[in-house]
Design a protein around this ligand. Structure first.
Ligand SMILES: O=C1NC[C@H](CO)[C@@H](O)[C@@H]1O
Length: 436
């Protein structure tokens, strides 16, 4: 009987490895499980994966296949991907976009997602698919408001007024027509049948989770009690809606943690309490948050690392409190000196990655609900096309979306020291998971 069982397990496992009938990733005792085994997310942010998969002009399927092979070889088992974008006049946003106007969707880009999912299945990799964006680089909530209220889609890279941008975006959660269109898009994608594999998305174990949006915030740092309550309700209602369409897959928020919750721990906990949100997410951005100056690494490193360690640990503690896994699904740091040039070294970033990985490995080894991580972001073979490092339609996609310099935080295929580090820690993380 044992031999038979081992044989059967072997076949099932092999099937899983070949992207066959693997089970869905789900939560069991505050950890991820798949095929009856612990599953740790050793992920990479790859926002443009669906774009590369498109059969149309914007698609580069040969590059996509190469990038996924490189990521697989590194031991990456998950990619976090923008599932849908909104056409916008905002300067620093990607174009073309999936939704050209309410009710009008680019089938080519949706087929790009299909192709990506098919390629991930072949490599036994999973995907987190985010269905909206709080930021402007894919149109996002700002564009929905422009469609349905006529408010100007003002690009904060142009206005330099992020506080106003964030406060205005909070109106998305209560605008009935914007929510109706957002739910149309959710239904269209969640209920889609993959044109490459002919498999309904709902039945596809490649999807690790549907994610409400990239970095949804309740508003700006001065969010009111009412705005916070609206945000928590929007999360619970939208997660419930997705689960009503698809009871197979987990739903996640895309939250950055305290930094995206007006530094309000109660809000962050409340936002992740609903049973329809399966796990917690958080992001770690020392340079963006003013903890680190890449031009003054020696004087800012120690203070930054103290804050980062605290941020990493306190969020794992929140996850323990809720009894759910938590994934650090974005983290990054500049190239040395803050350079965007691919030839610049990455010593400081490597040290930062090493400290982040090591901190989370320690918590995982202690049995804490560390679900894994995803670094931001895979640039691979992509290269900045312009002397000013800004993206223009038709240029390569890299890890940095169009609202940032192309090289700011990307990990390129030529960043050998970074790749070595990622590979070593991805392996260690999975080993820790396997031992528990
Ligand atoms: O989701 C995000 N978080 C931080 C990234 C780097 O600044 C940014 O590019 C992206 O909008």
């Amino acid at each position: 009987a044992a031999l038979l069982a081992a044989g059967a397990f072997g076949i099932a496992h092999a099937a899983g490895a070949a992207g066959g009938k693997s089970s869905f990733v789900a939560v069991k005792d505050s950890h991820f499980e798949r095929n009856g085994q612990r599953y740790m997310v050793a992920g990479a942010n790859f926002w443009y994966g669906g774009y590369l998969g498109a059969p149309s002009s914007v698609g580069q399927r040969a590059r996509l296949v190469k990038e996924l092979d490189r990521l697989k070889a590194l031991g990456v088992n998950n990619v976090r991907v923008l599932a849908v974008s909104e056409q916008t006049a905002m300067k620093s946003a990607v174009s073309p976009a999936t939704t050209s106007a309410p009710g009008h969707y680019d089938e080519q880009l949706l087929q790009g997602l299909d192709f990506l999912m098919a390629e991930l299945a072949k490599r036994d990799m999973t995907a987190v698919l985010y269905l909206n964006n709080f930021w402007q680089w894919s149109g996002g909530m700002t564009q929905y408001l422009n469609w349905f209220t006529g408010s100007p889609a003002h690009d904060p890279n142009v206005s330099k007024d992020y506080e106003r941008f964030m406060a205005e975006n909070a109106r998305f959660y209560t605008n009935a027509r914007a929510q109706a269109e957002y739910r149309n898009v959710i239904a269209k994608i969640v209920q889609r049948t993959n044109t490459v594999t002919k498999k309904p998305y709902r039945d596809d174990p490649v999807i690790l989770s549907w994610q409400l949006a990239n970095e949804p915030r309740p508003g700006n740092a001065k969010s009111t009690k009412e705005e916070k309550a609206t945000y928590v309700k929007w999360i619970a209602d939208t997660a419930h809606y997705i689960r009503s369409l698809d009871a197979n897959h987990m739903v996640s928020t895309g939250s950055e943690g305290l930094a995206g919750s007006a530094q309000d721990a109660q809000l962050y906990l409340d936002a992740h309490r609903t049973p329809d949100i399966a796990y917690l997410t958080y992001h770690l951005w020392p340079a963006n948050w003013g903890w680190f100056d890449p031009k003054q690494p020696d004087t800012t490193w120690a203070g930054m690392m103290d804050k980062a360690q605290h941020y990493l640990n306190v969020h794992v503690d929140y996850a323990k409190q809720l009894g759910k896994p938590i994934v650090l699904e974005e983290f990054g740091l500049n190239r040395d000196g803050g350079s965007f040039d691919i030839k610049a070294s990455t010593k400081v970033r490597d040290r930062f990655y090493d400290e982040v990985f090591t901190t989370l490995e320690k918590r995982a080894a202690a049995g804490d609900p560390v679900g894994g991580w995803a670094f931001w972001a895979w640039g691979g073979a992509g290269r900045a096309a312009n002397a000013d490092y800004w993206w223009k339609p038709g240029n390569d996609f890299v890890g940095d979306p169009p609202q940032e310099e192309q090289g700011l935080y990307s990990v390129f295929d030529s960043d050998a020291s970074s790749l070595k580090l990622i590979a070593a820690h991805d392996k260690r993380l999975k080993t820790i998971g396997a031992k528990q």
